[in-house]
Design a protein around this ligand. Sequence first.
Ligand code: 5GP
Ligand code: ZN
Length: 113
Amino acid sequence: MSQDCIFCKIANGDIRTAFVAENADAVAFRDINPRAPLHVLVIPRAHFDSLASATDNLLLGSLLGLAAQIARDEGVDDAGYRVVINTGADGGQTVPHLHLHLLAGRHLDWPPG
Ligand code: 5GP
Ligand code: ZN
């Protein structure tokens, strides 16, 4: 765990948050400021600052698989959804703990702003 990392605290239970799903590698919970009717964050239990510093490709696959599983469980896979990993300053990342956004429930414009 990284000291003072809010997502580490959520993952290890220091900040109580309802999990949509969890497995050995990751936990998933609803975004506090949802940008779509379904907006779930999937984060590794282990701390990585961002995708740029994530070295474990098996873990990355696990995170992506969990996002797809949640989409199925939430019933949005037929209509479609988007998985986003904001990375670094230009990527718009605001929380420095690797996370995937799962967004669904409305049409999502492309390209993003
Ligand atoms: P980023 O901008 O880094 O890609 O995404 C960070 C996301 O984390 C934002 O969508 C923000 O709303 C969400 N977030 C920040 N703090 C918390 C929190 O304490 N709880 C939850 N559930 N979401 C958070
Ligand atoms: Zn962290």
